[in-house]
Write a protein that binds this ligand. Structure first.
Ligand code: F1P
Length: 342
């Protein structure tokens, strides 16, 4: 059996998982729309743990951008144990995301939220008949995200697509909704075209530290890719908002640093300037963007929708790095697929 074959298969099958996820979403879409956050809730909170917390960060940022409603993300443990620093007055729509639907902290956060009658719960997960999938007013199951590997790749992007579709619906942006079915085609192209570059970067043992830069909703995605690097390849890796990188972290930049920018179109000038500064300090820089970049989407899809396309390239680097270090990315040491507390 080839090392890392599950992770590789899960990364490369994402376009099909997204198509299947979009079909599955059709069934839930009227119920999701019925929640009508603008009318019914003062705020939207997203929650999860690990990968699904980073997903929550990206989804909250995007939801606020699209709907102009207040949206925030917290780790489930914070909602559960420090609720006063998370909730505001008024009715909340809590969106809980979990691949397994079994993570104790996420379940506890949802249970205490419901017991304290703080509002309504919408859940996204990949498996039926889990504790989480019985708790929500609406429970969305996206089986095409299911995985055998410990580290999330296909599950993350498929669940993220679910939250993206929900936010687009709440914003009433049918133009963006119509763009969603085009994502698999561009995902496929990216996986094909940039697999060799990801492999070269992953194999390059000159690098001993990895920095992922992303702003707006891309910060959550950059954080997830940094987590992939840690989980799969046990590498030193961190994520930062673009402009924050100059405020201290850049002191770590050297020829041993690989800096990967998840660049937006809206703020291209400022973000590219940060990358240029890091090049001048000797770092190796790779930019991912819609166009005029080393890794490019050339999708002509709206920025809010195409964000998911940043994920596959970073996931591939983590996979290749793990394999080149002789590790098994399917079974990272010290990690469990689900954290269950007694
Ligand atoms: C969340 C999670 C994973 C992570 C780890 C433990 O699981 O934190 O993201 O990789 O192995 O669990 P889930 O609630 O999304 O199933």
């Amino acid at each position: 059996m080839e090392t890392g074959q599950f992770t590789r298969q899960e990364i490369f099958s994402q376009p099909e998982a997204w198509s299947a996820g979009l079909s599955a979403l059709d069934e839930y879409y009227p119920d999701i729309q019925d929640l009508r956050p603008a009318r019914n809730y003062n705020q939207i909170l997203y929650t999860g743990c690990g990968s699904t917390y980073y997903l929550s960060l990206a989804a909250a940022s995007l939801t606020q951008e699209l709907t102009c409603l207040q949206a925030r993300a917290y780790p489930a443990s914070e909602l559960w144990l420090n609720p006063h620093s998370c909730y505001m007055d008024g009715k909340t729509l809590l969106v809980a995301v979990s691949r397994s639907g079994e993570t104790t902290e996420t379940i506890r956060a949802c249970e205490t939220f419901l017991a304290n009658e703080k509002g309504d719960l919408l859940t996204f997960s990949c498996y039926r008949d889990t504790p989480l999938s019985k708790l929500g007013k609406v429970n969305v199951i996206l089986p095409s995200g299911q995985e055998q590997s410990v580290a999330q790749t296909r599950a993350f992007s498929t669940l993220y697509l679910g939250t993206l579709a929900a936010a687009i619906g709440w914003a009433g942006r049918t133009d963006l909704y119509d763009a969603l079915p085009h994502l698999p085609e561009f995902g496929r192209k990216l996986l094909e075209k940039y697999a060799p570059l990801a492999s070269d970067l992953g194999d390059d043992d000159n690098f001993d530290r990895f920095y992922w830069l992303g702003s707006g909703s891309r910060f959550g995605l950059a954080s997830e890719l940094s987590l992939k690097m840690k989980e799969m390849s046990l590498s030193h890796s961190e994520s930062f908002h673009f402009m924050e990188f100059r405020h201290g972290p850049k002191s770590m930049v050297s020829p041993a640093s690989l800096i990967i920018g998840l660049c937006s179109t809206a703020n291209a000038r400022h973000e590219n300037a940060v990358l240029e500064d890091m090049k001048a300090l000797g770092g190796k820089v790779i930019d991912i963007a819609e166009s005029n970049s080393i890794v490019r989407f050339d999708s002509k899809i709206d920025e809010a929708v195409r964000n998911i396309l940043y994920l596959p390239f970073g996931q591939m680097i983590a996979l290749e790095r793990a394999i080149s270090k002789g590790l098994d990315p399917d079974h990272p040491p010290n990690l469990d697929a689900v954290v269950k507390l007694s």
